[in-house]
Structures are given as structure tokens and as C-alpha cells.
Design a binder for this molecule. Structure first.
Ligand code: F6R
Length: 366
């Protein structure tokens, strides 16, 4: 039931404090700085043998996979490709016994994702799945899995089943890095300790919901918007834009910010607001210069910024504040105001937030 909330989507956004607490429970040994993912069946021998990981998924799950590429390449130094499942399955992908095909799926029943797993199986890959629905087909056909602890997700727009796999992928990257001898014990312990901060950081983002609602009130009639991000937060631009378009029917585009000068900057004028994801991560200075360029062309800018930042408020028209977060975990935090923003715009426009037009919760046909 929805309880005090108007829509399941809003309830599920708020449930992320609990779902992420559950995601850590039993998997993270904070005393020794060790990650346990027993259902993955990851032996030290397999960890050392992997030459490539192909992440395959659709929609929001694919955006989680894009963050996963940053995490696994950074912490375990294994090459990772991210492929939309409907492309991967028909591309005759280069996959062999030393490849892991990693599917990410809330439902575990998405037709294209299952077909991509079948393709991996035919070619001899190890199959892993990160899935939310226990007993789903993706879980059954995988050699190993991580069960997301999101709990049942009812709203069609995925929210808590986006942040749960982000944390799962972070834990997986640490585990792989450790088993392959890439991570020092000190780094591993620090990375594991950072996980403890997550539920509280999410809760602090949610406390700022009234500020996000205020911006949504001002911007509820926009027709277009451009989401920009870089580095590990680039996929959050895609995810924020998808949330807005699927429930509010506003045209939202996402770009890696560095691509602006290669074409899309031509779009910017007073009628094309820019939403810039610019927390204090290693790409912060690059984002600032991108925002300056958008402002110089008359665009209004909304930025996701780290609390205490004194440059962005002077530059931007609106700010979504997020607490300071270790940068490898920042996508878990920066996405929260974007979920709330999409939700409130759609709710203010009187739309059917939980059942948007033309969409189904689980896409079991191709
Ligand atoms: C967007 C959304 C979809 C799903 C996609 C994959 O909010 O929910 O883009 O992420 O259809 O679904 P699963 O994760 O069930 O494979």
C-alpha cells in the first residue's frame, strides 16, 4: 500500500534508505572490510581468469550498467563493455569462455535481456545476473547472481531498483579487485568503510525534497531539457532524462558534457534549460566550464551540487543540493534529486505517475 504517499513512485523513492540498508546487510563485513556475495559463485580461480565483462541490460538497468563499467574498470582493471540487450543479442558479439556476461534486470523477465544471456551461454561465457525478482528466469539461468534488495517495485518508473544495483556493482568491483590482487588491503578497507555512509546520505537528499518540489513548480511547463554529466555521473544524466521523459512526457535529452561542442550546444538558447550534474567529483572543473558555456548562450541552468559549493550558486539558476559523498558512490546520491524532480513535475502536471502511457512494468516481448 501507498501509506502516506500519493503514488508508489514517491513511496519507492523514499524507500531507498531502507533498500540500501538491506543491500549492505549480510554482504558487508565492516570490521574486516570484506564483501560477501556467495550466490555469485565467484572463485578466486574464476576471478583471475576473466578477460572481459559484457554488461547487458535495457533502460534504467543499462544506465546502472554504465556506472558499473566505471567501477569495475577502476577497481578491478577488467575491461567492461556495456551493451543494450536488444543490440547485443543480434550483433554476433565476441564472447568466449573467459568472458562474463552480466545481465542487470529488475524483473528478471525482460525478453531482450534473457536473449542476450542465451547468446552468452551459446558462446561459452559465464553468466551472472543482478536481479530483483527472486526465482525469475534471469536468476534461474545464471551461473551466479546477486539478488537486489530493492523489494517489490510497483511504479513503472524504476527508482529503488536503480540504486540497489549501483551498490551491488560497487561491491562486485571491490570483490573482483581484491581477488585479482589489484586492490591493496588499505584501499579495500577504505572503499568498504565508505559503504556505511550511504543510507544516511540518501536520507539527507530526501530531506531536501521541498526544495526540489519548489524548482519543479517553477519549471513544470518546460517543453525541452538537456541533461549533462561527465565521468561516473555521465550515466546519471541519461537516467535523469529517462525518468523525466517516461512519466512527464517532456522531451529530455542526455549527453556526456564533453560532447556539447560537437553539436548539441547549437540547441542551447533561453528555451532550452540545462540540468548539469556537477558534484565535487574528479570531473567537477570540466562541468563548471560546460555550465559557463551554456550560460553564455542564454540557457538557464539547474545544477546538482555538493553542499558547501560556493561557485555553482553564482553561476546557476537553481541548485539541487546533495551531501558530500565519496566519488565512486556519488551516482547513488546524485540520482535522488533527479528522481524527485521527475516525480514532482509529473505529479504537478496531473499525470498518471505510476502507470505512464504506452509503458509496461515488465517487457516480456521484444
Ligand atoms: C525505466 C524502466 C525501464 C526498465 C527496463 C528494463 O524506468 O523501468 O527502462 O528499466 O524495461 O527492465 P528490467 O530491469 O525489468 O529488465
Amino acid at each position: 500500500e501507498k501509506g502516506e504517499y500519493r503514488h508508489f513512485m514517491q513511496k519507492e523513492i523514499h524507500e531507498q534508505v531502507r533498500s540500501l540498508t538491506d543491500t549492505l546487510a549480510g554482504r558487508v563485513d565492516f570490521d574486516d572490510g570484506i564483501i560477501h556475495l556467495p550466490q555469485l559463485n565467484l572463485t578466486p580461480e574464476l576471478a583471475r581468469r576473466i578477460k572481459r565483462i559484457c554488461i547487458t541490460a535495457c533502460g534504467t538497468a543499462a544506465h546502472a550498467g554504465m556506472v558499473g563499467k566505471y567501477l569495475i574498470e577502476r577497481l578491478a582493471r577488467i575491461p567492461v563493455e556495456v551493451d543494450i540487450a536488444s543490440e547485443f543479442r543480434y550483433r554476433d558479439p565476441i564472447v568466449d569462455e573467459d568472458t562474463v556476461v552480466l545481465a542487470i534486470s529488475q524483473s528478471g523477465e525482460t525478453a531482450d535481456t534473457l536473449a542476450a544471456m542465451d547468446e552468452g551461454r551459446r558462446k561459452g561465457a559465464t553468466l551472472w545476473a543482478i536481479v530483483n525478482v527472486i526465482g525469475s528466469q534471469a536468476m534461474r539461468i545464471a551461473d551466479g547472481y546477486i539478488a537486489m534488495q530493492a523489494g517489490p517495485e510497483i511504479g513503472v518508473a524504476s527508482t529503488k531498483a536503480f540504486t540497489a544495483p549501483l551498490v551491488d556493482l560497487y561491491m562486485l568491483a571491490i570483490l573482483l579487485g581484491d581477488l585479482r590482487g589489484v586492490l591493496s588491503q588499505r584501499d579495500r578497507k577504505r572503499l568498504v568503510a565508505d559503504l556505511r555512509l550511504i543510507p544516511d546520505l540518501v536520507s539527507r537528499c530526501l530531506d531536501r525534497e521541498p526544495e526540489v518540489l519548489q524548482v519543479a513548480r517553477e519549471l513544470r511547463y518546460i517543453r525541452n531539457i538537456l541533461y549533462l554529466g561527465r565521468g561516473i555521473n555521465m550515466p546519471i544524466a541519461y537516467e535523469g532524462a529517462l525518468k523525466l521523459k517516461e512519466i512527464s512526457y517532456i522531451h529530455a535529452e542526455a549527453y556526456p558534457a564533453g560532447e556539447m561542442k560537437h553539436g548539441p550546444i547549437a540547441l542551447i538558447d533561453r528555451d532550452m534549460p540545462v540540468l548539469a550534474i556537477a558534484p565535487k567529483d574528479p570531473w567537477y572543473e570540466k562541468m563548471i566550464s560546460q555550465i559557463e558555456q551554456a550560460k553564455a548562450r542564454g540557457g538557464s541552468v539547474i545544477a546538482v551540487a555538493t553542499e558547501g559549493d560556493d561557485r555553482l550558486p553564482e553561476l546557476c539558476d537553481h541548485i539541487f543540493w546533495v551531501p558530500e559523498t565519496p566519488w565512486l558512490l556519488s551516482p547513488v546520491i546524485t540520482v535522488i534529486p533527479l528522481q524527485l524532480f521527475a516525480y514532482h513535475i509529473a505529479a504537478l502536471r496531473g499525470l498518471d505517475v505510476d502507470q505512464p502511457r504506452n509503458l509496461a512494468k515488465s517487457v516480456t516481448v521484444e
